[in-house]
Design a binder for this molecule. Structure first.
Ligand code: BTN
Length: 326
């Protein structure tokens, strides 16, 4: 019922308790209870005496019918969940991984209260503004078979964005989606991949994707690097269309990757490489290495031309920054 209530409020107009109760077929007291639950979940809404309730602004909620209309590949998944609020969609998928090892699941959240980025960072996840979702996907050959997966997922998101008309998007090794905005390389999306099961045999991977659609000033203040949303890049597509398009490309890439790994995707990834030829520093857990980015190999490793010659790096707990960036 919470979902139905938020759907009524999603036009940003005031609705009285009576009107909502009539629409949902419940008493005003039941509506009040549901509103209290929304409040407890930190879902932003206004309550004004004599007028009723509304979301602070009109939003497009994720909706399974709309997703399917835009070509969401529903048959691929044993379950498709759309939650109003979760701590983290990655956590939800990791927790649900205990069942059948062959299951493929996806879950979206309209907001995350503890969205996680790489290297212990927070992923700022305001309500109904961006996309936050995670896919649970089986891999039969253990951790070795997923080398290069984060690059492949980045490429899938890049393909989706290109189809939607986003220009100037690029990829940053190992798994950031960037876009040039007002002369600055800004973060458009990020990927968090986690593994569960037997690292040497059948395992499941959780692929979490955060894609910025609309980055507001108050959100930017909480993010430690310049961020940009699809909307700021001039693309006006519906959230459901963006989600369906990106997930369709993600599924195609996961299927191809399961068969052949990263190697066949290397050239396309290299064409989208936003840092190729640039001076950068690689931040390792306890040191930094400076060098010139010289592309990736068939395993998805990064080549850095350093004073000591070309060095190759695996995508682990590392991060790449242009020399002039913080
Ligand atoms: C990064 O660039 O640091 C990775 C960000 C990944 C964010 C997404 S949002 C959906 C999923 N759930 C999470 O808690 N994190 C990922």
């Amino acid at each position: 019922m919470k979902q139905a209530l938020v759907a009524i409020l999603s036009d940003g107009q005031f609705h009285s308790g009576e009107e909502i109760g009539a629409a949902l077929g419940v008493s005003r007291a039941a509506v009040w209870k549901q509103l209290q639950k929304l409040e407890a979940m930190n879902i932003p809404f206004n309550s004004v005496k004599g007028k009723g309730y509304r979301l602070p602004e009109a939003v497009t909620l994720l909706d399974s019918n709309a997703l399917f209309e835009y070509g969401f590949p529903q048959d691929v998944f044993t379950s498709t969940d759309i939650a109003l609020s979760l701590d983290s969609t990655n956590n939800a998928m990791m927790q649900s991984a205990e069942g059948n090892i062959d299951e493929r699941k996806i879950c979206f959240a309209e907001m995350q209260t503890a969205g996680r980025g790489r290297r212990g960072r927070t992923w700022v996840s305001p309500f109904a503004q961006n996309l936050y979702f995670s896919v649970l996907w089986p891999f039969s050959q253990g951790i070795a078979a997923i080398q290069g997966l984060s690059l492949a997922v980045g490429l899938a998101v890049h393909r989706g964005l290109t189809e939607l008309g986003v220009k100037d998007a690029g990829l940053k090794w190992p798994n950031d989606i960037l876009a040039d905005h007002q002369g600055v390389k800004c973060k458009l999306g990020g990927i968090l991949i986690e593994l569960t099961g037997d690292v040497s045999d059948a395992c499941q991977v959780v692929v979490g994707v955060g894609l910025n659609l609309d980055v507001r000033i108050q959100d930017q203040a909480k993010i430690d690097q310049q961020a940009v949303g699809v909307k700021q890049l001039g693309v006006k597509a519906d959230r459901n269309k963006i989600a369906a398009t990106v997930v369709r490309h993600l599924v195609a890439v996961l299927e191809a990757f399961s068969l052949s790994g990263f190697a066949p995707l290397k050239d396309e990834w290299s064409r989208a490489d936003a840092y190729r030829g640039q001076e950068a520093r690689l931040i390792l857990p306890s040191s930094e290495i400076h060098g010139r980015c010289a592309g990736v190999n068939e395993k998805g490793e990064l080549a850095l031309e350093t004073e000591r010659g070309v060095q190759w790096f695996n995508a682990g707990e590392v991060s790449l920054r242009l020399n002039d960036a913080k």
